[in-house]
Design a protein around this ligand. Sequence first.
Ligand SMILES: *Cc1c(COP(=O)(O)O)cnc(C)c1O
Length: 359
Amino acid sequence: MAPSSSPTLRTTSEADEEKYANVKWEELGFALTPTDYMYVAKCRQGESFSQGKILPYGDISISPCSPILNYGQGLFEGLKAYRTEDDRVMIFRPDQNALRMQAGAERLCMTSPSLELFVDAVKQTVLANKKWVPPPGKGTLYIRPLLIGSGDTLGVAPAPENTFLIYASPVGDYHKVSSGLDLKVDHKHHRAHSGGTGGVKSCTNYSPVVKSLFEAKSSGFSDILFLDAATSRNIEELSACNIFIVKGNIVSTPPTSGTILPGVTRKSISELARDIGYQVQERDVSVDELLEAEEVFCTGTAVVVTAVETVTFHDKKVKYRTGEAALSRKLRSMLTNIQMGIVEDKKGWMVEIDRCQGW
Ligand SMILES: *Cc1c(COP(=O)(O)O)cnc(C)c1O
């Protein structure tokens, strides 16, 4: 350790000034804090993506006649970068987001970046915005890749050009709740239907849920739980996260058969629950079963793992186990310990941001 009189030793605050952006880390919620840079790559129809550019974060110009503006032809992704105690910056399973974007692009007749290009672009974006990755324990850098139909097409058709863009924002908790979420079952609207786009992160899946979400939030609920469109008997997921129920040693979650978004957190939490001896079942879960569960929780990049405290279905309100005794608490810390580098990542889920091709 250098003596404090050493001329080369800078004070912590000076070093921190270069290392960190000027953000009130304690006050972060889930809202946009713009960072310095974004990544942009474009690709004409019939061609494939090549290396894009890191540009200053800011507005983009787009044709009024673009398929994203007119027909919602677009996909998004969401993942996070974490700063560990020993000051490494890591991202969680970016390959999974790349593959999901590819599946979405296939569904929407778009061209998607290759897995390698996707992961490299995410790394470049994080590296360029490294100062915005919150200090350990204070939050994460949320990374938002977009694939949008650009160029112009007046009629409904595949986009003549696709734009792959990534921006990022430091974030804190998605829900400011102490014990757990208060969910309302939506018995009027559906999020997805068989043969539709519920299984991919298509931009078109989100504006239709805003009405339900806004109404529920105005009456004090945290989020909406959607039922399957075919029978309205089984639970599907929330507006932007997956759901699990727990009874005894069995953890159940609805299957990803096209109407549910295959969450990376869902997949990871299923694996962690199996690791500690729970039986995980992917199968239809009825509302009746939900109401009889001991515990309910949600998973997603933004919400991580969040306990559900109550579910309201028509005029029935059920309360579930939350807090220290809840399985969701244990699974959440198992996951975040891996993400924050507190326990060894034996699964090869974490990718360190060090070098990348275009940087
Ligand atoms: C993004 C999303 C999820 C969660 O996916 P993760 O990969 O875990 O972040 C779940 N449901 C919906 C509808 C989503 O959009």
